[in-house]
Design a protein around this ligand. Structure first.
Ligand code: SF4
Ligand code: NI
Ligand code: CU1
Length: 708
């Protein structure tokens, strides 16, 4: 019977784990360290469930003793499921041992362990529904084709697909393009590698949910309610897979299988579906996942899963490259009478007429009209083009404004993709997402070189200049309202971002103009107006109205936040911040690290470790998540003295923000080339070397008051 089989799978895995730990200890000794790379939660699953971090083989052995106590043997289904969780923990131990001694156990195309950074990156797409769910496909499909069809069906819905076992070989056999960029992540071929996706779900609870490690009840509630994952397990289901599946069910993830022997259905949790072609539908129903569909008339697929797709030079039919040949993308507000809705015009040659592999110029102008349309929204729409065009299968888009670059793959071209299809996508998405303000829309696509150049020069550049002037004049003082953003509450129930002109949301994706547009489009949505009233302290950026809003939208979890301080009532973090800053006590400064940075900081912590200091919508003075653009803001920790406090950043980040940061430093403090005074990993990874460097450069932070 089901429960007995779970127990038997349980015992088998436990035995294997015990053996593996013992032989590792025999080889390396119990002091030897063990763990996964790029995570602050070692070992993540065990830590989440028990609250204890495991760092050495000796501790791992002790942990195994604890796991044993979770493997109860009474015949309650719920306890059997818990022992499934214990099985999962054993799998984590086995996987951790693979990484002993800095080994890199996984080879192309498999990923194995996934870094904390990936989870933070997943935050926003999961809340916006761009990634509506996470599929875990395990085992071998009846045929490779059926397996690949299933994977592609999820991919077309934007679902993140993880693969374990034989399905990976099947996908390779049919030449399926895989990788995080196209949302198909082969984890590993051993069944234990399934733990790497479980680890993502559990860390999400710690990172976003403010779940206390060791509070297993809260953890399981979080995964069941907020992580939209499910499992598709192909037959044959042996006892080990069944035990692991029991763990998944305990986490709230339904398991769908085509196994017809020896499986008892558990309603809503363990579901038999003999027809693999119906796995998709059955799974979405079981997990209650709704797919946003935009019907677009193009000959290739359109899904957010294709956003990260890379098109190599050899695979491209044609390229448009704004850095070489005049190109531009633009939204323009027009009078309704000037627009014929859904008119798409191509002015110039079509894609067939360009030489294969050639570089060209393109300009596309999306003209919109609507009673509620404001010119402030033009840039908000335009910024979406990147993501929309990227979602086309076989199209790659980078950059914005007149620095765009677009590649059309040979495959897309052969499928019939032509210039007008850019227009179809832009039209459909504008009408779909901005229906509240756009009544009519038409698109002009200029592939004629001279025309494109003229559009750029005479129409677009003057528009951009005017916009930049407007944005430059937008300061926190010059506006009457700020906005809340609570999109991330889907994951971080008490988190509220307060978005001002000079402080964008910590994810980097929501500026004041974006928030304004969101509010206009969806008056009852995530972005609510905060009228700036009741100054408490101008320097801290403390306002009664901001406090009231934060209290209201955090359901009372937060009493007050300041806009400009990282020490006093700082803004909270959900977890998907682009950067985190933290106090560096030896220099009176702050260190900033960005999510992409993999190395060490002078605080003795890596980005994931720093990031683990804050999140889940709680205030942690001294540490704060923020967007990249906030770094050059005049309001960046203004209460503590502003950007003069920045003493260290990863080189890549420093280069990225240098121009604007230096301009701010010059304007506020008369400092030239401020970034030359800021350390990076090539200069210092420890506080002593850093302080020596800062002293040599005469960095202003050294002379400032201590922050604590
Ligand atoms: Fe989440 Fe804040 Fe970004 Fe809104 S602005 S999506 S709440 S991080
Ligand atoms: Ni694409
Ligand atoms: Cu977030």
């Amino acid at each position: 019977m089901l429960i007995n089989r779970i127990f038997s799978g349980n015992d088998a895995v436990f035995g294997l784990t015990e053996g593996a730990i013992n032989s590792a200890i025999a080889e390396y000794g119990s002091e030897k360290s063990v763990g996964f790379p790029d995570t602050a939660y070692c070992l993540p699953c065990y830590y989440a469930v028990t609250g204890v971090k495991v760092k050495t083989l000796g501790e791992l052995k002790e942990a195994l003793g604890v796991v044993k106590t979770l493997m109860t043997r009474n015949h309650e289904l719920d306890d059997a499921l818990m022992s499934g969780v214990a099985t999962a923990l054993c799998a984590e131990f086995i996987e951790a041992l693979k990484y002993m001694d800095g080994a890199t156990p996984y080879e192309e195309p498999c990923y194995g362990h996934l870094a904390d950074a990936i989870i933070r990156e997943l935050g926003v797409p999961l809340v916006t529904g761009d990634i509506p769910g996470v599929a875990v496909i395990l085992g071998s499909a009846p045929t490779a084709q059926e397996g690949v069809d299933l994977i592609k069906s999820y991919q077309a819905q934007g679902i993140l697909v993880t693969l374990v076992g034989g399905i990976i070989d099947q996908a390779q056999e049919l030449g399926l393009k895989m990788g995080y960029g196209v949302r198909i992540v082969p984890l590993g071929k051993d069944v234990t590698s399934v733990i790497h996706v479980v680890s993502v779900a559990l860390r999400a609870a710690l990172i976003f949910g403010n779940v206390t490690p060791g509070d297993a009840g809260a953890l399981l509630t979080y995964t069941a309610e907020r992580v939209p994952a499910f499992v598709n397990a192909f037959k044959p289901i042996d006892d080990v897979i069944l035990a692991a599946g029991a763990g998944a069910i305990k986490l709230g993830f339904p398991v769908i299988s085509n196994e017809d022997e020896g499986i008892v259905e558990v309603p809503g949790a363990l579901i038999a579906q003999p027809d693999v072609s119906k796995f998709n539908q059955t799974s979405l129903e079981a997990r209650n996942i709704k797919i946003k569909i935009t019907k677009i008339d193009i000959p290739v697929a359109f899904a957010s899963a294709f956003e990260g797709e890379i098109i190599r030079r050899g695979d491209m039919q044609v390229e448009f490259d704004g850095s070489r040949i005049d190109s531009v993308e633009l939204v323009q507000t027009k009078e309704p009478s000037e627009i014929e809705d859904h008119k798409i015009e191509v002015i110039g040659p079509d894609l067939d007429e360009f030489e294969v592999g050639s570089k060209n110029g393109i300009a596309y102008v999306v003209e919109v009209a609507g009673k509620k349309m404001q010119s402030d929204f033009e840039s908000v729409f335009e910024r979406k083009f990147h993501s929309w065009l990227n979602c086309i299968e076989g199209i790659m888009h980078t950059g914005q404004r007149d620095m765009i670059r677009i590649r059309v793959s040979k495959e897309a071209f052969e499928a019939g993709f032509r210039a007008k299809h850019f227009g179809e996508v832009l039209y459909a998405k504008i009408k779909n997402e901005f229906a509240a303000v756009v009544d009519k829309c038409q698109v002009k696509i200029y592939t004629d070189q001279e025309m494109a150049s003229k559009v750029r020069r005479e129409l677009a550049i003057p528009t951009f200049d005017k916009r930049d002037e407007r944005i430059g004049s937008l300061t926190d003082e010059s506006v009457d309202v700020y906005y809340t953003c609570i999109l991330c509450q889907a994951f971080s129930p008490s988190h509220v971002c307060v978005v001002t002109p000079e402080r964008l949301g910590l994810c980097g994706a929501v500026s004041w103009l974006d928030a304004k547009a969101t509010n206009e489009l969806e008056p009852a949505g995530a972005c609510q107006i905060i009228t700036k009233e009741g100054v408490i302290d101008e320097n801290l950026g403390a306002y009664e109205s901001v406090n009231a809003a934060v209290k209201k939208y955090s359901q009372g979890a937060l009493e007050k936040v300041t806009l400009y301080s990282i020490m006093q009532d700082p803004m909270t973090s959900c977890g998907c911040f682009e950067c985190i800053c933290g106090i560096e006590p030896f220099s009176n400064g702050v260190v900033i690290a960005n999510r992409e940075y993999a190395g060490m900081t002078p605080l003795g912590m890596t980005f994931p470790e720093l990031a683990s200091m804050t999140g889940g919508g709680v205030q942690t003075p001294g540490f704060m998540g923020h967007g990249k653009h906030f770094i050059a803001s005049k309001k960046f920790m203004k209460a503590e003295g502003g950007i003069e406090r920045i003493v260290w950043m990863p080189k890549e980040l420093k280069d990225m923000v240098a121009e604007k940061l230096n301009a701010t430093a010059k304007e506020l403090y008369g400092i030239d080339n401020f970034t030359d005074m800021i350390g990076d990993e090539t200069i210092a990874e420890d506080p002593e070397t850093l302080v020596a460097f800062l002293t040599e450069k005469g960095h202003p932070a050294l002379g400032m008051d201590p922050m604590m």
